[in-house]
Design a protein around this ligand. Structure first.
Ligand code: ZN
Length: 438
């Protein structure tokens, strides 16, 4: 092993994945439906998980790493998969066995109390988010959402819903190298494909049922946007033991009008000053619990309304220019005042809809989630499971093993690039760290 820092980082990563997360064991549990097997499933799954953990941008790039021998250090005397072999395997893999790998890694992290500190005041907050991951006019598959446009064009798209831990907002104030690792890392708990003709909320409800089945009470509060402001979703969440904070933007909801009526002429119940990133914020809060105007809701709803005045300084041509902005954040929640004050509800909402929360955008920009690696009903879901497992390993590694962030490692991308480079350059066998979990 070369003594360079990035060689050591790779070794550290592989040891963490192999011994703490038992990645090798779970890789060897992956099953597929292939009749003729030239390359074992665990080899293919290993190439996928580590490739995505180090942010590979395409299957072509992954194939180039394989051809350059990047994975040879994990498999003694065995050749790696070629691109077509990997694609074909993704289409034939048993998806539950891939997700089981991710579930096991997250279950271990929970046992290690990674999420205990919570996102806000001890509440572990998870964002449910829907997003489009592929759109093409070239051809469809049986699982596509089909859009017929007025001009006769037909487009095929795939959408999915994901559940991701919201990170502790306090940490955002500090430079990255000083950030405390006490809050939970932004792991992805799962993804669910939206079926043809199904809406986003339907897919989200299926995802939640699956996650509760696998993990039990995996989080405390779900944050969702206005599309989820419907009674069946909120009632089901509550039945599963999960609270919700729903962002309301639409003035047409009766509950929004009722809350506005009760607020009118009343002073805010609470006013306080805080910071969001580099901005000073004065927040005025109105709390209206016991609203019964929500049709079908199993218990009364509660609206928390926040008016925020943000002030900051912008430097123009060497001169400070004071800036001010005003904005409103309004949420419906199933949490009662005795459980969480309006200020805590506001903090939960701001953690999700804050200035720096990236969520799905980060997965798309830096992890190539919407790259469209493979257009195939099973194949693309296999890619998601591998990508999410790789993403989570990276996030857990950062939170649990990386103590100081210097030089290129000051950013997540820098650390990922460093690991990527080491993967291509290190020749010392690393298989023992990955597979031997005794
Ligand atoms: Zn399709």
């Amino acid at each position: 092993m070369g003594a360079t820092p990035f060689h050591r980082r790779l070794k550290q990563f592989v040891r963490y994945a192999g011994s703490t997360c038992r990645l090798g064991y779970w890789l060897s549990q992956v099953r597929d439906l292939r009749r003729r097997v030239s390359i074992p499933a665990r080899t293919l799954a290993c190439v996928g998980v580590l490739g995505f953990a180090f942010r590979v941008a395409s299957l072509m790039e992954l194939a180039s790493w394989v051809e350059a021998g990047a994975f040879r250090k994990f498999f003694r005397g065995q050749r790696g998969p070629l691109r077509d072999c990997f694609r074909d395997w993704c289409k034939r893999v048993e998806l539950p066995s891939l997700w089981a790998m991710n579930d096991a890694i997250l279950a271990k992290a929970r046992r290690d109390k990674v999420f205990r500190a919570g996102t806000v005041h001890g509440w572990h907050v998870v964002a449910i988010d829907g997003t489009e991951v592929l759109r093409t006019s070239a051809r469809g598959c049986p699982a596509c959402q089909v859009y017929h446009h007025n001009d006769g064009r037909i487009e095929y798209a795939h959408r999915m819903v994901l559940a991701q831990t919201v990170v502790r907002p306090e940490a955002q104030d500090e430079p990255k190298h000083r950030r405390r690792s006490s809050g939970p890392p932004p792991v992805v708990w799962g993804m669910e494909a939206q079926r043809p003709g199904e809406d986003e909320v339907g897919a989200a409800r299926r995802l939640l049922r699956r996650l509760v089945q696998r993990h039990g009470h995996f989080c405390d509060v779900l944050t969702v946007d206005g599309a989820y402001a419907e009674a069946p979703f909120l009632n089901e969440g509550r039945a599963l033991g999960l609270q919700a904070v729903v962002r309301l933007k639409d003035e047409r909801y009766h509950v929004v009008q009722d809350a506005a009526g009760l607020r009118r002429g009343e002073p805010p119940q609470e006013t306080f000053a805080t910071r969001i990133g580099s901005k000073q914020v004065v927040v005025r809060l109105w709390d209206t619990p016991d609203l019964t105007s929500w049709e079908g809701l199993s218990r009364p709803g509660r609206v928390v309304y926040a008016e925020e005045t943000l002030t900051w300084t912008q430097w123009k041509e060497g001169k400070p220019k004071p800036q001010q902005a005003y904005r409103i954040l309004q949420v419906l929640t199933t949490l009662e005042p005795a459980q969480a004050s309006a200020r805590v509800i506001w903090a939960i909402a701001r953690a999700r809809w804050g200035v720096e929360h990236e969520g799905v955008r980060e997965l798309k920009t830096h992890w190539h989630l919407d790259h469209g690696f493979l257009h195939h009903p099973t194949g693309m879901q296999a890619i998601w499971a591998l990508l999410v497992t790789g993403f989570n390993l990276f996030q857990l590694f950062l939170a649990r093993r990386v103590r100081s962030r210097r030089d290129v490692e000051a950013t997540d991308s820098g650390l990922a690039q460093r690991l990527q480079r080491a993967l291509r350059e290190v020749t010392e066998p690393l298989g023992p760290y990955l597979w031997d979990t005794s």
